[in-house]
Design a protein around this ligand. Structure first.
Ligand SMILES: C[S@@+](CC[C@H](N)C(=O)[O-])C[C@H]1O[C@@H](n2cnc3c(N)ncnc32)[C@H](O)[C@@H]1O
Length: 222
């Protein structure tokens, strides 16, 4: 049975906070398809939590599988963190730590190779580079050239926090060149694949799932 997820009607957002959209739903669908029966994460972290719809869904998945984990959500936007807090309260979810900061920077010193589930729905929309300096809601979607400006800052940080048995789920669109993203991660001994493809309004979503190469090869899982 598929675990239930956050209720979009109980999810907070406003003009400054990204409304749960097709990309958010595709990401949650991909996470639902994860094999939770053989996975018991100790640390789960969503970067760029926005409304909190995704991390709240993850908290519900954990609880439905009887799993206890340290759950954290971060965003660069204080409005997003306030919305996430409201969304968590509306769903009766406690014990999610909220952190304001730029990508994984504030978390790397604390979670070296410790994050078992890392999640990011980045600003991936291709835009002119001057959109990148905006501090309003554009920060939720503006991705610069090929939509890769924020993604390419995030990728080298992944190896710092991902645990040996960890998984990283990230939203991309075909404009971001997901195969090229997988190649860049592969240079850090992180491998992965597109686990969900979905056509949405004017974009072709590709959800990536990635893991450290050596551990799982040795176990013969992939
Ligand atoms: C596409 S929205 C995703 C929101 C939510 N996770 C969802 O799926 O509905 C991207 C989020 O990333 C946040 N963000 C943008 N740049 C960031 C950065 N450098 N560090 C952390 N968060 C960032 C935005 O504020 C926004 O909330």
């Amino acid at each position: 049975m598929k675990p239930s997820v956050a209720d979009v009607r109980l999810t907070s957002y406003n003009k400054d906070v990204y409304e749960p959209s097709d990309d958010s739903f595709a990401l949650v669908d991909a996470l639902q398809q994860h094999d939770w029966t053989s996975f018991s994460p100790d640390v789960c972290l969503e970067v760029g939590c926005g409304s909190g719809y995704v991390i709240c869904s993850v908290a519900k998945m954990l609880s439905q599988h009887g799993l206890r984990a340290q759950v954290l959500a971060s965003d660069i936007s204080s409005a997003a963190l306030e919305a996430t807090q409201e969304t968590l309260v509306a769903h009766g979810v406690a014990d999610v730590e909220l952190i304001q900061g730029d990508l994984l920077k504030p978390l790397i010193p604390r979670f070296q190779h410790q994050v078992d589930l890392l999640i990011f729905n980045p600003p991936y929309v291709p835009t002119p580079d001057d959109e990148l300096t905006r501090t309003d809601i554009a920060r939720a979607w503006a991705g610069g050239n090929r939509g890769r400006a924020i993604i390419d800052k995030f990728l080298p940080q992944v190896k710092e926090v991902l645990s040996p048995r960890g998984f990283m789920y990230m939203v991309t669109v075909t404009d971001n060149r997901p195969e090229d993203i997988l190649q860049l991660l592969s240079n850090d001994d992180i491998e992965g694949k597109v686990i969900l493809e979905r056509a949405a309004d004017e974009e072709a979503l590709r959800i990536l799932c990635c893991w450290r190469r050596h551990e799982r090869d040795a176990e013969g899982h992939h």
